[in-house]
Design a protein. Structure first.
Length: 151
C-alpha cells in the first residue's frame, strides 16, 4: 500500500486529470491513496509548519515507512528509486510519502522520516509535484516488472 499525504489541494483540471490517469495506471501494481490536508494559508511560517505537521502526524501509523519529499533530501535515478521501493516493500507493507506545505515540513515529521527524498534542488509547485511523484512511482513499478515505458 502506498499513501501520499499532501498539504494543499488541486484546483486545476489538467492536473487532476493527470493525477487520475496515474492513479488508474498504478492500480495494476499497488493500492494507492492520496490524503489531502488543508494548508494553513497565510499564517506565520512556524505556526503553519507546526499545525500542518500535527495534521500529517494524525495520518501516519508506527508501521508506516515514511518518506518525506525535501529539497535537502537525497536524489535518486529512476532505477535507484525503483530498487529502493522494491527493497522497502519487502520489509514494510505501507509506504507513506509526505509532500509538505509551502513552508515545508516540521522538524518532528523530518525526524520520523526514514528516507529524505529530493527530486531536484529546484523548487516546484506543490500541485505539479504530486504529478511528478505519481509518475515516478508508476515508472518504478514498470522498471521492477521489466515492462516497457522507462525509456
Amino acid at each position: 500500500m502506498i499513501k501520499i499525504i499532501t498539504v494543499g489541494s488541486i484546483k486545476e483540471k489538467y492536473l487532476k486529470d493527470a493525477i487520475d490517469e496515474y492513479l488508474k495506471r498504478l492500480k495494476k501494481y499497488t493500492n494507492i491513496e492520496i490524503i489531502e490536508l488543508k494548508d494553513e494559508g497565510l499564517v506565520e511560517e512556524q505556526k503553519a509548519i507546526q499545525l500542518e505537521g500535527e495534521k500529517i502526524l494524525k495520518n501516519i501509523s508506527p508501521k508506516d515507512y515514511l518518506i518525506t519529499l525535501e529539497i535537502e533530501g537525497k536524489e535518486y535515478s529512476s532505477e535507484e528509486f525503483a530498487a529502493k521501493i522494491n527493497q522497502i516493500q519487502i520489509e514494510n507493507s505501507n509506504i507513506v510519502f509526505v509532500i509538505g506545505g509551502s513552508y515545508g515540513l516540521s522538524k518532528e515529521i523530518k525526524e520520523k522520516s526514514k528516507m529524505h527524498l529530493s527530486f531536484s534542488k529546484m523548487t516546484f509547485p506543490h500541485q505539479l509535484f504530486r504529478v511528478f511523484l505519481l509518475e515516478q512511482i508508476y515508472r518504478a513499478y514498470k522498471i521492477l516488472n521489466n515492462e516497457s515505458y522507462h525509456k
